[in-house]
Design a protein around this ligand. Structure first.
Ligand code: BG6
Length: 461
């Protein structure tokens, strides 16, 4: 018989500040890079109002409680707490999160906080952003403010959301890396600063909150070889390292995977590491690994003289000449937005991460973006229910395989604005009534998946 989900399993949902909160300049908040972004794709909304959670937070928590959430994973807007990224604290910002945290706890929902989810204070971006090494101490200082103000009640922390996604295709999610000429080196320099920032925050967390747990939150997925051609196996291994293990090896073991380092050296793009950095990375130990999973990927061999013209723009972004190229998997169905759907890939991913690092795992994102329609106050999103059922089934199989899984916080608890495809691409259990060009009143409606999740959590207790 299959094992059941553990009793204290964290069934919940997930959001991020800039995609959900709105109130971009309310009550002393400083602008973030996402607020001042000019490369918003045509036909999609900016992030200034988003789902207006800033003014609806209580109703939103009530909806989560009604679904029976045990946890809620959300991010804190750095520039709401520190408008310039450093210096004076915005007490009104602290108050907003205090109210949210207290109300969640009152409803028996455990807050899981991401410290940084794609929205750097713009004042820090003007100082060079993640490319300027000073960012490490700015982040460390910010993390200490969070631990000091919220650490008495918040016991689960995530440092940086999807660092690997920012490094692999940062522009899509609004991250920049300085001049084009040194693009490769800059990108990995940014990565090193993020690694150091995350490490310092983990160390501070363990020092400041004795009973807290902290971990990273990359986007990890299983990589399949395109065929049984031996070279495709090399390609799949390459992609797994460049996309997944390079990040987790550093977070967990404090080492930089040699495959990527060799590639950077060969391309004259090795980033600088200062004395003591490697020690810091080794010293910082996550208590668990949080990760986001949407899909698997398939890799084929790429030769040095490969022409990538046959690839789609997304595949080009995810491929490296001479290392691997990501290609389509004909065995998988796709979402309305072209993302491959692979529940079994989630089981493989859980197994692989656990096998490699032996730390408890927490799913902090998983979900399906689609066009939902509000008809007579109702949204029939059977396709979402089907997606969740299939993924949850694979989670249970993974638990039965011996994987230690702490919880499931799908994306997203409530509709929010997608990173680059607007609010028309919806993810939530709750519909937010607005469009990309009409903010309306952002009224909330329970979707069919809301009632399904509520029943599911109740019966899985
Ligand atoms: C993850 C991010 O990459 O995927 C979220 O952490 C994002 O911020 C989610 O919204 C879904 O991606 P998208 O591009 O559809 O919004």
């Amino acid at each position: 018989m299959l094992n059941k989900f553990p009793k204290d399993f964290l069934w919940g949902g997930s959001t991020s500040a800039y995609q959900f909160e709105g109130g971009w300049n309310s009550d002393g908040k400083g602008p973030s890079t996402q607020d001042v972004r000019t490369n918003i794709p045509e036909g999609t909304t900016d992030f200034k109002v988003a789902s207006d959670h800033y003014h609806n937070w209580k109703e939103d928590v009530d909806l989560m409680a009604e679904m029976g959430f045990k946890s809620y994973r959300f991010s804190i807007s750095w520039s709401r707490i520190l408008p310039k990224g450093y210096g004076e604290i915005n007490e009104k910002g602290v108050e907003f999160y205090n109210n949210l945290i207290n109300y969640l706890l009152e409803k028996n929902i455990e807050p899981i906080i991401t410290m940084y989810h794609f929205d750097l204070p713009n004042a820090l971006e003007e100082k060079g952003g993640w490319l300027n090494r000073d960012i490490i101490s700015y982040f460390e200082n910010y993390s200490k403010v969070l631990f000091e103000r919220f650490g008495d009640r918040v016991k689960k922390w995530l440092t940086i959301n999807e660092q690997n996604v920012m490094i692999i295709f940062g522009e899509v999610v609004g991250i920049s890396f300085g001049d084009k000429e040194n693009r490769l080196k800059n990108t990995y320099q940014v990565n090193h600063h993020m690694m150091m920032a995350s490490a310092k925050a983990m160390i501070a967390c363990h020092e400041m909150i004795k009973d807290a747990k902290i971990g990273p939150a990359p986007n990890i997925n299983a990589i399949y070889p395109n065929s049984n051609h031996p070279e495709d196996q090399i390609a799949a291994f390459n992609m797994s390292v460049f996309r997944n293990w390079f990040y987790l090896d550093c977070y967990v073991k404090g080492i930089y995977n040699p495959l990527v380092i060799k590639y950077l050296e060969k391309n004259n793009a090795m980033f600088s590491i200062e004395e003591g950095d490697l020690n810091t990375l080794k010293h910082a130990k996550p208590d668990f690994i949080a990760f986001n999973y949407y899909s698997s990927a398939t890799a084929a061999i790429s030769q040095e003289d490969d022409d990538f013209n046959e690839l789609t723009n997304q595949q080009k972004l995810r491929s490296i000449v001479g290392v691997y190229k990501q290609i389509k998997n004909p065995n998988l169905q796709k979402t309305e937005f072209g993302w491959e759907i692979d529940p079994v890939g989630l089981r493989s991913t859980l197994r692989e991460i656990y096998d490699r690092y032996n730390l408890p795992l927490l799913i902090t994102e998983n979900g399906i973006g689609g066009y939902d329609e509000l008809i007579d106050g109702q949204v029939n999103d059977d396709y979402r229910i089907n997606y969740y059922e299939k993924h949850i089934e694979q989670m249970l199989l993974a638990i039965n395989d011996g994987v230690e899984l702490m919880g499931y916080n799908p994306w997203s608890a409530i509709d929010l604005v997608s990173t680059h495809e607007g609010i028309k691409k919806r993810y939530g259990f709750v519909y937010v009534d607005r469009t990309d060009d009409d903010i309306k009143e952002c009224k909330r409606y329970r979707k069919k998946s809301f009632f399904w999740y509520k029943e599911f959590i109740k019966n899985t207790k």
